[in-house]
Every structure is written in C-alpha cells, then in structure tokens.
Design a protein around this ligand. Structure first.
Ligand code: GUN
Length: 172
C-alpha cells in the first residue's frame, strides 16, 4: 500500500526528502508510489526515488541536472547553496581554493556547460580537488549521451550519500 501524496504522511515524506534530488521535490512525490510498507530506510527510499527519477522524461531529468549549482561557482561564493551542496563542496575543500585553482574550476565549468548544457556533477564526498579536476578533464571528452548517463548516475549516487547521512546506523 503506497502513501497518498495528499496525506499528512505524504507531505511529511516530501518535506523530509524533497531536497535529496537537488531542488526537485517531484522525485520524492513520485517515489511515494514505489515505497514498500514498513519503516523507510536509506535503501528503500533511495530505490523508490531512483525508480521515479529513471521513469521521468529526458527533459525532466535534464532539469534535475540543471538544478545543480556549479562546483566552486558563483552561487557558492554568494552563499546561495543548499545545505547539502554546501557541505559536499566543503568536504572536498572546494570552499578553500587558491585563486589559481578557482580559475581552473571556472574555466572547466564554462567549457563543460557550453558543451553539454548542464553543470558538471560528481559525487564529491571522499574525493580531493585533484580527483575532481582529473574527472572534469576526462569527462570533457565524453559524448553528450555518455555524459548525460554519467551525470544522472552521479545524481543517484549523491542522493544515496545524502540519504545515508539522514539514516545513520543503516548499512543497507
Ligand atoms: N556534487 C555534489 N554536490 C554537488 C553540487 O551541489 N553541484 C555539483 N555540480 N556537483 C555536486
């Protein structure tokens, strides 16, 4: 039995998980249909959200990609990031770049967005600035289809990491 969107439980679910896919609460709303009975875990919520995300049109998934801020971009400098994005970027030291490193990110962001039409997205937790810049360079050579597949997979990984942080103690 799934949870009704228009019930207190449905609204609470979307309130709690609406930001797991960046600025895209519709993923949590649509995930309600695929949630199994019983207390939610990071794994069950992630599976239901990924199912909803993958079922969406290419255009809707593209909107999710475009809802992400640039890494070390203007929004970060202006203090306009979501709490999750801010913590992720800080975890990789992207809030403490030298002017030269910042310039490299700015250049890569511009070339990448120009080529693919969405920002460079990578699950940054556990990665260093150099790991991220190396991935940036490598992925710039991808085709648009390859990069759409890579970026959407990264969004799913970021969602899992965000959920794991909300469900401490759950390994599965
Ligand atoms: N990887 C993890 N968080 C983010 C984010 O907020 N923006 C981008 N572009 N990539 C990310």
């Amino acid at each position: 039995m799934s949870i009704e969107r228009d019930s207190a439980e449905g609204r609470a679910f979307v309130g709690q998980f609406g930001g797991i896919f960046e600025h895209s609460p519709w993923v949590a709303e649509e995930a309600l249909d695929g949630l199994p009975d019983g207390p939610p875990t990071a794994a069950t919520v992630h599976a239901a959200m990924v199912q909803a995300f993958r079922a969406a049109s290419t255009e809707k998934r593209l909107q999710v990609l475009r809802a992400h801020p640039d890494l070390a971009g203007r929004l970060a400098i202006a203090g306009g990031l979501t709490a999750d994005s801010k913590a992720e970027q800080a975890s990789a030291g992207l809030d403490r770049l030298t002017p030269e490193e910042h310039e490299r990110f700015t250049t890569c962001n511009a070339i990448y967005t120009d080529k693919f039409g969405f920002p460079f997205i990578i699950a940054v937790r556990g990665k260093t600035k150099d790991d991220i810049l190396a991935a940036f360079q490598a992925r710039l050579d991808n085709t648009p289809d390859e990069e759409f597949a890579t970026a959407t997979a990264e969004v799913e990984t970021i969602a899992r990491l965000r959920l794991d942080a909300l469900f401490p103690g759950y390994a599965a």
